[in-house]
Design a protein around this ligand. Structure first.
Ligand SMILES: Cc1ncc(COP(=O)(O)O)c(C=O)c1O
Length: 402
């Protein structure tokens, strides 16, 4: 079944520097299957129109498709209500929205925000921006040398001043799958809400926001086979209701006068302006694509590729893995013979193999690890063991050259 789906990704069927492309940069963005491209194309060719305001048929059809996409997301992450799903541009915008609006409502001077040492810049900088405005501060959960959260240290960070915990589900550098459910339980014992950055987590585990009991969950469509520019903020109704709007404009209002404006109901209060209707429709198609294969099967496939790759890559001379957590997603960071990761990435590209190198938008983590960056491979539904064999052969050649 998984072999068949490769034909849906025509982009993979090309040569790069005279070699068949091996795309292993999926943690940055996945490729899009034909069913997603067709859904977006079909929207623009048949019912493109602005949503929510129109009395005409196309607008009604576009509205219906857009709202159906919301229900598909609701069911995908098992949210209690469809209006707890806010469409955004992606994880970055979702976190910025919460930091700005939750922060404006609930933070004051000397309050504390808990994040971890393995966060992406998207889950650091938005909190720094609001912290600076109100005089709050960040507290950082340390990690072990294996790349796991230090749970005891986490427990000790809470105080009466703690207002929120914002933690990544899966590290985009180390691949660590964090014990978010346990971390949420601990935070809730202190009556502190938790935001989960699910940019990598959304495809690494079957996400059930009610079972996790997270207060916010953020993810991007483009990392799960959907187009760029569409993402999701899930928030519990009790918080979304209390938070002020993020941006002002059309859609998010109930009544505007020059003196005062009242705001629309959820989720529209947070969706100012014309939304990305085509993107939402593409996201719906992407979720249906994953569900047609089965999330369990997709996760098992990624896990089996990750384990095979780690085992084969460990045979390459000079291989050093960065991140050795017990629970690891299909993200592998490494340094080869202590060389600069960009050199490894460039040499692999010359052999047709696309990987990512650098600090992966996690500079503070690089500082903790005392490294300039890593080379990173990450897998998706269309990757195969043969592609990993090509990667390992190429790494063996590079190792000899270095
Ligand atoms: C863990 C994590 N958080 C946040 C982001 C930001 O996602 P986006 O750029 O799609 O908003 C990424 C992207 O790589 C990520 O891996």
């Amino acid at each position: 079944m998984l072999e068949d789906i490769r034909t849906q990704f025509s982009i993979l069927d090309q040569q790069v520097h005279n070699n068949k492309l091996v795309y292993l940069d999926n943690a940055a963005s996945t490729q899009k299957p034909d069913c997603v491209l067709n859904a977006v194309d079909n929207y623009y060719k048949t019912i493109n129109s602005n949503v929510h305001r129109g009395v005409h048929l196309l607008s009604q059809l576009a509205t219906m498709e857009y709202e159906n996409a919301r229900k598909t997301v609701q069911q995908f992450i098992h949210a209690k209500h469809h209006y707890e799903i806010v469409f955004t541009r992606g994880t970055t915008e979702s976190i910025n929205l919460v930091a700005a609006t939750f922060g404006r409502k609930f933070f004051s001077k000397d309050d504390e925000i808990i994040i971890s040492a393995m966060e992406h810049h998207s889950n650091i900088v938005p909190w720094q921006l609001i912290a600076e405005q109100v005089g709050a501060k960040l507290k950082i959960v340390p990690i072990t040398s294996q790349g796991e959260i230090e749970i005891e240290a986490y427990k000790n960070l809470f105080s009466e001043k703690t207002k929120i915990v914002s933690i990544t589900h899966v590290s985009n550098v180390l691949g660590t799958i964090n014990p978010v459910k346990e971390m949420i339980q601990i935070a809730h014992q202190h009556q502190v809400p938790v935001l989960v950055d699910g940019a990598q987590g959304i495809k690494s585990e079957q996400v059930d926001v009610q079972d996790l009991d997270c207060d916010f969950y953020c993810f991007s469509g483009h990392k799960i086979y959907a187009p760029m520019g569409i993402g999701v903020l899930y928030g519990k109704e009790q918080y979304l209701e209390q938070m002020p709007p993020y941006q002002g404009g059309g859609e998010m209002i109930q009544k505007v006068t020059f003196e005062k404006t009242t705001f629309n109901e959820l989720p529209f209060k947070f969706e100012a302006g014309t939304p990305n209707v085509g993107g939402a429709i593409g996201l719906k198609a992407a979720i249906e694509f994953m569900q047609s294969i089965g999330m369990e099967q997709l996760i098992a496939h990624d896990q089996s590729l990750m384990r095979y790759a780690k085992q084969q890559m460990s045979l390459v001379e000079g291989m050093r893995f960065i991140g050795e957590a017990g629970q690891q997603a299909s993200v592998i960071s490494f340094i080869l013979k202590e060389s600069h990761p960009a050199d490894v990435g460039t040499l692999l590209d010359m052999m047709g193999i696309a990987i990512r190198t650098g600090h992966h938008c996690a500079e503070p983590l690089m500082e903790v690890l005392q490294i300039p960056g890593t080379a990173r491979v990450s897998f998706a539904a269309y990757n195969t063991k043969e592609e990993i064999n090509r990667l390992v052969e190429a790494l063996q050649k590079i190792s000899k050259m270095l």
